[in-house]
Design a protein around this ligand. Structure first.
Ligand SMILES: Nc1nc2c(ncn2[C@@H]2O[C@H](COP(=O)(O)OP(=O)(O)OP(=O)(O)O)[C@@H](O)[C@H]2O)c(=O)[nH]1
Ligand SMILES: [Mg+2]
Length: 277
């Protein structure tokens, strides 16, 4: 797997975009522990079932049905969720994982999802919500998740412009040593949706990535200006400090000279007196 530090990956995606004629990028997000990296291991067909928490960003390009799909797996801890939005522009679709075996996790996912779905860069893109860890609950219990995540209301209240959402159950853990076939079925859905809209999505991605690139460059230029101003101010302060020190030194030297002169005169005086005697 290729790992990137989350603190310098912010906009590298804009410059090193993996997009090519064959490449479709899917962004895998969801709160921590929802199973994102386990899903990536399933897609890679390896046997890892206990990955370590992701503290940045991982990317994998996988040949799938005569094409290449690139998956971005981003850490889900609250402190780094802010980096997700940096990858919205270049993604063709979102795979959002929810641990449906844990009520607390569903509640937190609902809040997080509301913000995700309100982002205009995801408009017209398919959103696959994987109700993960269904192996831990009784069958069909996951269906409730759709209501719990409040998706219908978000659409009705116009809080999202997303119109292609699918909630699909799966287990990212190996089942009898094999990948859960529901992972493939859900992937088919999101891929079909992208293919139907490929030209439109590619165009949107091109525009959004360009806007993001310009915003990034503007931000960089502003940062550079701030650093330059700070450097100038610092130089001025140092110069003033130096001048003050030089002034104090010269005053001290003068005082020293004066002191010596008076000492010398004190010393001379008795000599003179002596010679006078
Ligand atoms: N029972 C069960 N456990 C799962 C399933 N998928 C993942 N897990 C477990 O959930 C834990 C977290 O999985 P990760 O894939 O690391 O979760 P993540 O979303 O990548 O977490 P962060 O990288 O911290 O954001 C691991 O112990 C997995 O074994 C599943 O379908 N069923
Ligand atoms: Mg992870």
């Amino acid at each position: 797997m290729k790992w990137f530090n989350c603190f310098n990956c912010c906009c590298c995606c804009c410059y090193n975009s993996k997009e090519s004629n064959n490449d479709i990028i899917f962004l895998i997000i969801g709160i921590n522990d929802s199973g994102k990296t386990t899903l990536l291991h399933r897609l890679l067909n390896d046997k890892v079932d206990q990955p370590t928490p992701t503290w940045g960003f991982t990317t994998e390009t996988i040949p799938y049905k005569k094409q290449h799909i690139t998956f971005y797996d981003v850490g889900g801890a609250a402190s780094i969720r802010d980096i997700w939005k940096n990858y919205y522009a270049e993604s063709y679709g979102i795979i959002f994982l929810v641990d449906v075996s844990d009520e607390k996790s569903i509640t937190e996912s609902k809040q997080v999802l509301e913000e995700v779905l309100s982002d205009n860069r995801l408009k017209s893109k398919p959103i696959l919500i994987l109700a993960n860890k269904v192996d831990k609950i009784s069958s069909f219990e996951y269906i409730e998740t759709y209501n719990k995540l409040n998706i219908e209301n978000l659409i009705m209240e116009g809080k999202t412009s997303i119109d292609k959402v699918l909630l699909y159950p799966c287990s990212c853990l190996l089942i009898d040593g094999e990948r859960d076939p529901r992972i493939d079925s859900s992937l088919e859905w999101i891929l079909d949706n992208v293919k139907q809209n490929k030209a439109l999505l590619t165009n949107k991605i091109k525009n959004d990535v360009e806007v993001q690139r310009r915003e990034y460059l503007e931000e960089q230029a502003k940062k550079k200006k701030r650093v330059e101003e700070y450097r100038k101010q610092r130089e001025l302060q140092q110069q003033q400090q130096l001048q003050q020190e030089q002034f104090l030194n010269s005053t001290n030297t003068q005082q020293e000279k004066n002191k010596n002169r008076s000492l010398r005169s004190v010393k001379i005086y008795p000599e003179m007196c002596e010679s006078n005697i």
